[in-house]
Ligand binder design. Sequence first.
Ligand SMILES: Nc1nc2c(c(=O)[nH]1)N[C@H]1C(S)=C(S)[C@@H](COP(=O)(O)O)O[C@H]1N2
Ligand SMILES: [Mo]
Length: 170
Amino acid sequence: MFKKIKSGVLKMKKIAVVMILMMSLLVFVGCSKEEPVAAAKEPAWSITVEGVRDEAVSFTDLDVDKMGTVDAKATMKKKDGTEQEQLWHGVSFKAFLDYLEVKDYNLVIVEAADGYSKEYTSLELENEGCLLAVKVDGKDLTEEDGLVYLVVDGKGSNWWIKNVSKITIE
Ligand SMILES: Nc1nc2c(c(=O)[nH]1)N[C@H]1C(S)=C(S)[C@@H](COP(=O)(O)O)O[C@H]1N2
Ligand SMILES: [Mo]
């Protein structure tokens, strides 16, 4: 009689354990099914980065989403001698270099989709006012503005690059 009750309790315990295992398996399968959907999100823009790995790597808005972004006031010296101050939002160039684990370099070449390009030194780029920007004065940059914009505080307009498409680190 005692034995029967005891084995009944054991049986229920076994069933409970099996049910918990099955439920966790279902949850696990459910989660792993959803992950590839999230990973398939298409980037809005992409920058080819050369000189950091053996092969070129892509840096996109999805990377920016994973990083800490900042706001910075930056002044552009215009051709007519006036200055324009705006509030830019994006990742600092220093944060971009850290993200890609770049330690030593001599020169950075930043190139735009239209072929415009310029060379920079660490002095120009590792300044708080140097960003890869995605917003200006609270507004998302449009395709016309150039979706990702190299902001170089205090420099002339020719230093600022719209639609950055390639960064080469030497
Ligand atoms: N992608 C891209 N960025 C660029 C240029 C360019 O030709 N292509 N010209 C540069 C120069 S020389 C100037 S003076 C400014 C002009 O900026 P604006 O078109 O907003 O006046 O953009 C700078 N950034
Ligand atoms: Mo210019």
